[in-house]
Design a protein around this ligand. Structure first.
Ligand SMILES: CC(C)(COP(=O)(O)OP(=O)(O)OC[C@H]1O[C@@H](n2cnc3c(N)ncnc32)[C@H](O)[C@@H]1OP(=O)(O)O)[C@@H](O)C(=O)NCCC(=O)NCCS
Length: 167
């Protein structure tokens, strides 16, 4: 499989993966993948499924041959009066068997495009201070580290906060 750079509405990787908005029925997939990749930080299979079902997120799913292979989730914080047009990227995850194929890049491009469409000016995120692959992905997409939150995750890990102005 080849990494590509031909983009559709949300971005495509040479026809091998595409994005669509997640639907209610995708909650089981979001729960299962979250359990696989976020379990060491806490009960994120429940937390992310709950956020998704509450309708407070914009969630994009990456598909390969019509099967889901990853997702990215954005919180719509822009309505909070004290943080106008700031939004949190809550999570991004790719199936471990599909890592390093460009799907993370595809999801990052798609979510930034979606955020722009929504008029969001700044994206913020938390990632585990020990999660170097995650940080490399975010740095590649020009996110800037700005703060450490000690013991942020339920299992006790520290979080690194990063932001990007997307205007
Ligand atoms: C982080 C994650 C989403 C990356 O997905 P992916 O599809 O493998 O990423 P891509 O193949 O598109 O790689 C994009 C960039 O991410 C970085 N990256 C991804 N995996 C990496 C690794 N193991 N080591 C170093 N850098 C890595 C690189 O900068 C890479 O760009 P490059 O290929 O030009 O070097 C995936 O590893 C994952 O789901 N991890 C578990 C969940 C997680 O940690 N999410 C982030 C915090 S919310």
């Amino acid at each position: 499989m080849v990494k590509g750079d031909r983009f559709g509405k949300y971005g495509e990787t040479k026809g091998i993966a595409r994005l669509r908005q997640a639907r209610a029925a995708d909650v089981d997939y979001i729960r299962a993948l979250s359990k696989k990749v976020f379990q060491q930080y806490g009960p994120y299979e429940n937390i992310l499924a709950c956020w998704f079902e509450s309708g407070i997120t914009v969630t994009l799913l990456a598909l390969m041959q019509k099967r889901p292979v990853g997702f990215v989730m954005l919180d719509r914080l822009e309505h909070k009066w004290y943080l106008p047009r700031v939004c949190e990227l809550l999570a991004i995850a790719v199936e471990p068997l599909r890592w390093r194929l460009g799907i993370g890049d595809l999801l990052m491009r798609g979510v930034q495009r979606k955020a722009k469409e929504l008029g969001i000016k700044t994206l913020v995120l938390h990632t585990a201070a020990e999660n170097l692959p995650g940080q490399k992905l975010f740095k590649k997409h020009e996110f800037i580290p700005f703060k450490i939150k000690k013991h942020f995750y339920p299992e006790g890990q520290d979080a690194l906060m990063m932001y990007k102005d997307i205007v």
